[in-house]
Design a protein around this ligand. Structure first.
Ligand code: URA
Ligand code: CA
Length: 438
């Protein structure tokens, strides 16, 4: 097999065979194909695309490039949920306990923050004592006993994706539907769940900015699942503004606790319930979406969701008292108000820029070596479609280091567009795609 021939074939728009795909995926995982040839191939895939069969083959080859988690010991179907990434998007911490409280096992392998988006592992680690590191045996035992667990990778899953993702990040080749779909689905298949619900974000804070591209990505991932014999359901949801009001690690844990305690409501809860309902359906626990949503609302109203979160935090070594007293979470030293520069309607947000503001306060990493400050972040008061007066608070920065805060406040003000006309309300749910749709 010759790598140059594979690159030329894809450059000419032809489909690659299983052998050719296996060759470069193995080369990426083992480091036997040089980065410049992999990069050239990735760029050719960006321009020429891949057909459904190639995309599925790429996914399966990436999945088998490392370990595959075996959850059969749990003895029941486990459902997993994955988001393509957003800002103020802490659906995992809200829906995992609610779904588990409805009797469906959730064995979730989560990630850390990436770019402008937050990561569930970083959020969980902001809870004093809480660990996301455990071996497979303890993970399976916790899922059996508690009904849910959220941890980091136990073994090396998808090393080929790791290598290709790092190259894509620095060669302008992230934004390709077959590459994104195979990257996400290979990791989900390797983490062993029986059914998977994918939350594909669309809008200014998402990987895909247009609804058409987001729906195409969603359909591609559902179709891979169908060909691979794994039920995948995808929902396309809005990311035109931060989903919740809190952005930052301990702040997002606090918001999840506020929602599960019934003290707060809002779009984050609505999307969490919508995704959780698909998880109950995927596990065969509910006959209809309405039925599933009613079960989750009952788990919320009765406090069984919050009790399940407490149980999960305690099982992972964390201080579960944070669920009764959120001031036990790390607290920032100072708050800085960001005010509206003039009167008008909040008519647009650059959600990616808002995510980067939180990152620069210390809520995310700029390099792999950076340490996160769990306490810092942003609490948004402005929502799209709201009328604000000059001087009114748009957001509050939660700060530990004063350095550069004025600049971040200025960028945040710029990221919130205020105009003279009221914007049309954007939907939260755009599309729902199941195996029967592809
Ligand atoms: N998340 C992933 O895991 N992979 C991508 O390619 C994009 C988002
Ligand atoms: Ca995430």
């Amino acid at each position: 097999m010759n790598m140059v021939d594979i690159i030329l074939k894809k450059k000419a728009g032809q489909s690659l065979t299983r052998e050719e795909i296996h060759y470069f995926v193995e080369g990426a995982a083992k480091g036997t194909v040089p980065d410049y040839q992999l990069s050239a191939l990735l760029m050719a895939i960006c321009f020429q695309g891949m057909d459904a069969e190639e995309t599925t083959t790429l996914t399966m080859e990436m999945m088998h490039s490392g370990s595959v988690v075996d959850l059969s010991g749990i003895g029941e179907i486990c459902v997993d949920k994955h988001s393509t990434g957003g800002v103020g998007d802490t659906t995992t911490l809200v829906l995992v306990p609610l779904v588990a409280a409805c009797g469906v096992k959730v064995a979730k392998i989560s990630g850390r923050g990436l770019g402008h988006t937050g990561g569930t592992l970083d959020k969980l680690e902001s809870i004093p004592g809480c660990t996301i590191d455990m071996d497979e045996e303890r993970f399976i035992r916790q899922v059996q006993q508690v009904g849910c667990a959220v941890i980091g990778q136990t073994k090396e899953l998808c090393p080929a994706d790791k290598a290709l993702y790092a190259l894509r990040d620095v060669t302008g080749t992230v934004g390709s539907i077959p590459l994104i779909a195979s990257s996400i689905v290979s990791k989900k298949l390797a983490s062993g769940a029986g059914a998977i619900v994918l939350d594909v974000k669309t809008g200014s804070g998402a990987l895909m900015h247009t609804v058409e591209d987001s729906v195409r990505l969603a359909r591609t991932m559902v179709a891979i699942g169908k060909r691979a014999g794994k039920p995948i359901y995808a929902v396309v949801t809005g990311m035109q503004q931060p989903l919740g009001t809190h952005i930052g690690n301990a702040l997002e844990v606090k918001e999840a606790i506020d929602l599960l305690s019934g003290r707060a409501r809002g779009d984050l809860l609505t999307v969490s319930i919508g995704l959780g309902a698909r998880m109950l359906m995927a596990a065969g626990k509910a006959e209809s979406l309405e039925n599933a949503e009613a079960m989750l609302q009952e788990a919320l109203a009765s406090g069984r969701g919050l009790a399940k979160l407490k149980e999960m935090i305690a099982a992972q070594g964390g201080d579960a008292r944070v669920c009764d007293d959120v001031t036990l979470l790390p607290q920032a030293a100072e708050r800085v108000r960001v005010r509206a520069p003039g009167d008008g309607w909040v008519c647009g947000m650059d959600t990616t820029a808002i995510g980067y503001c939180a990152q620069d306060l210390g809520a995310g990493r700029r390099t792999k070596a950076d340490r996160i400050d769990p306490a810092v972040g942003i609490v948004m008061q402005a929502r799209l479609g709201q009328y604000v007066k000059a001087g009114e608070t748009l957001a509050e920065l939660y700060v530990n280091k004063r350095d550069g805060v004025e600049e971040i406040a200025r960028r945040l003000t710029e990221a919130i567009r205020i105009g003279e006309t009221k914007p049309e309300a954007a939907p939260l749910f755009y599309a729902s795609i199941g195996p029967w749709d592809v």
